[in-house]
Every structure is written in structure tokens, then in C-alpha cells.
Design a protein around this ligand. Structure first.
Ligand code: ZN
Length: 346
């Protein structure tokens, strides 16, 4: 199951108000019959969903954030023109997310967005011609991606460090002034920006793998934390939720295309020469090999090493739960509930 978010550009404030009334009614009376709320005037298909949700919730004291829930039978989809129709709201939605879903389960609509929940068809894992390596323990990028078969390197997410520093300073200043509510909001804003960035970076990595028909190798993150000293400059990424989030995004986007994702041991990925395997000299961003004379950017060298390294225990990543990783907030990211992919960053 995946949930995609689409901006609907319609004013549903009237319908949302009616939905709130139906929910209040359901909570108060426990009624589950749409006949009882006919006088309110909400479309019965939506009213039914709301009654079902609120009538038996004994723990709920008050109704908040009611959404318009449209069940599967109220939704039509045309995959050729990538359009969804919701007849009872006379709403047509263009979507940009991939067509590889088997069905739309339901759509929830709030003030600004439609949340489209779909079931995904399982893609068989493809046979690949080698791997690209993703280095996430870099000197200033979120990820550096090396493809040994083409010699090409992608450096992605340079702005993340700047974003982190900027928001850290803002938070500090606000904390000093005792404005804790604002601190929380700023934190939320930062996590949204980082999530968007992670979406773009993971998209780029998976697209690169797709185009070259290669798999993706990552360093085993737990091992990095334990054994490998973080490189200077960008320590923040190593222990943060954003690091984990990026990994989840790479995994589910790859899985949708049948691209294998594998883990390798992180030891010495930055010290060894990717050309001859010799222990080299690193200083800052440069790498020099005394064995073969190879000179490279340290992060590029590391990403090639990751790409060429043996897969750990022959264990490929066949994480069936990859879809469930949430990208919503740092907290729920670890819990794994629903995944929101914003079409504009895909
Ligand atoms: Zn060498």
C-alpha cells in the first residue's frame, strides 16, 4: 500500500463542514445509517464512510480534522491519461505517480490535498549488469553515487548541510528567547524540506540504476555507526533520521521497478583504492594511491569501492516491508505506517 498526495485546487470547505457535522452526529448518537444524516446534505457515499469511522469510536471525545473519504466504488481511474474521477464530488485529478498500481483503495480529501491510497503490483526482481555504489558518509553531500562500469559519479544533496546549519541557528536563537512553540514549527519545516530533498535524491539514484540496468549497493548503516569514524564535515547525516529516511526511499522506489538493493560491509570503503585495492592516502577530499598512482575525489573513490564490493552474506535486500516505511515525520519514519510520495518531486 502506498499513499500519494495530490493538490486538488478545489474549495471543499462546504463539504468538509458537512462532513464535520456528520462526524459529530455519529459520535453523539452512534448511528451508522446514512438515512439519519440525510438532512445534513453530504453525499451518502461519503457520509457512510464517516459514520463508519466515528460512530463506534468510544475513546474519541471530540471530532477534529474530518476528511472526505471516498471508497473504491466511488472512484474511476483512466491509466492512459493518468486521471482519477470522483463522480460524487465532480472532481477530476491528474496524477503523475507511476501506473504500476493494481487498484485504488480509497481517497481522502482535506482542504488542500487528495490522499490517494493504492495497492502496488509486485515487480519481479530484474537481472542487472552490475551495481552502482551509494556513499552516504561523505565530505559534504547527502550521497555520492559511483558507477564503475561507466566511470560516472553523481554528487547529490550538497545543500543539506547548509539547510541543517541554517535551521540549527534559527532554533538556537528561538530557544534563547524561550519561543518553544516556534522551535517546534521550525523543526517541522526543516524535516519537510529534508524529506523533499531525500525524495529528489532517491529518485535520481533509482532512475540512474534504472537507465543503466544496474542494482544499488549501500553500506550497512548499523556497521557504519559502530565501526567507521564519521568523516569530517557532515556528521549530522550519520545519526539522523534523514539518513534512514533516504535509505527507505531508495528501497521502495527501487522495489517498484524491480531493481535489487544490496548491502556491503562499510569497513575501508574510504581507505582502499578502487582501482587496485591497495590502502591509499586520504586527506580531506582527495585520495591518492601509492600502489597504482590512482588519484580521485575521496567520495568518488569510496562510492566505486561500495559498488564493487561483495554483497554481504550474499544477502540481497528483499525487504517486503519496504513499502510501509513512512516518510511523513521523523518519529513515524521509524514506526512505518503510510508512505507519502509527493508527485511534484517524483
Ligand atoms: Zn591503486
Amino acid at each position: 500500500m502506498l499513499t500519494y498526495k495530490i493538490r486538488h485546487n478545489r474549495d471543499f470547505s462546504h463539504e468538509l463542514l458537512l462532513a464535520k457535522k456528520v462526524a459529530d452526529f455519529a459520535l453523539e448518537t452512534g448511528s451508522r445509517s446514512s438515512k439519519d444524516v440525510k438532512h445534513i446534505g453530504l453525499k451518502s457515499m461519503i457520509a457512510n464512510q464517516i459514520l463508519r469511522k466515528y460512530s463506534h469510536d468510544k475513546k474519541l471525545k471530540a471530532v477534529r480534522n474530518v476528511v472526505l473519504t471516498i471508497p473504491r466504488q466511488g472512484i474511476q481511474v483512466d491509466k492512459d491519461i493518468q486521471q482519477i474521477k470522483i463522480a460524487c464530488l465532480k472532481l477530476e485529478l491528474e496524477y503523475q505517480f507511476p501506473n504500476n498500481f493494481s487498484k485504488i483503495n480509497q481517497i481522502e480529501i482535506n482542504k488542500d490535498f487528495a490522499f490517494v491510497s493504492v495497492s502496488i503490483e509486485e515487480q519481479p526482481e530484474r537481472v542487472v549488469d552490475g551495481y552502482i555504489g551509494v556513499d552516504r558518509n561523505t565530505t559534504g553531500h547527502v550521497a555520492v553515487v559511483g558507477n564503475p562500469s561507466t566511470g560516472k559519479v553523481l554528487k547529490l544533496g550538497k545543500q543539506a548541510e547548509h539547510i541543517h546549519k541554517k535551521y540549527k541557528n534559527i532554533r538556537r536563537a528561538l530557544q534563547k528567547k524561550g519561543k518553544y512553540g516556534l522551535v517546534k514549527r521550525i523543526k517541522h519545516r526543516e524535516s519537510n524540506i529534508v524529506r523533499d530533498l531525500n525524495h529528489k535524491i532517491s529518485r535520481k539514484i533509482v532512475d540512474t540504476a534504472d537507465k543503466n540496468n544496474v542494482g544499488i549497493k549501500l553500506e550497512d548503516i548499523k556497521k557504519i555507526r559502530k565501526n567507521v569514524k564519521s568523516r569530517r564535515g557532515f556528521r549530522y547525516s550519520l545519526n539522523s533520521w534523514s539518513y534512514y529516511q533516504l535509505e527507505q526511499m531508495i528501497k521502495y522506489k527501487a522495489k517498484l521497478l524491480g531493481i535489487p538493493v544490496a548491502y556491503v560491509e562499510p569497513a575501508y570503503t574510504s581507505q582502499n583504492c578502487s582501482m587496485c585495492g591497495h590502502l591509499g592516502n586520504r586527506s580531506g577530499k582527495s585520495f591518492k594511491c601509492p600502489g597504482c598512482g590512482h588519484v580521485d575525489h575521496a567520495d568518488s573513490n569510496a562510492s566505486f569501492n561500495i559498488a564493487l564490493r561483495q554483497i554481504k552474506d550474499g544477502r540481497l535486500c528483499v525487504d517486503r516491508d519496504a513499502y510501509k516505511g513512512s516518510t511523513d515525520t521523523p518519529q513515524t519514519a521509524m514506526m512505518g505506517t503510510t508512505l507519502t510520495v509527493e508527485p511534484h518531486v517524483l
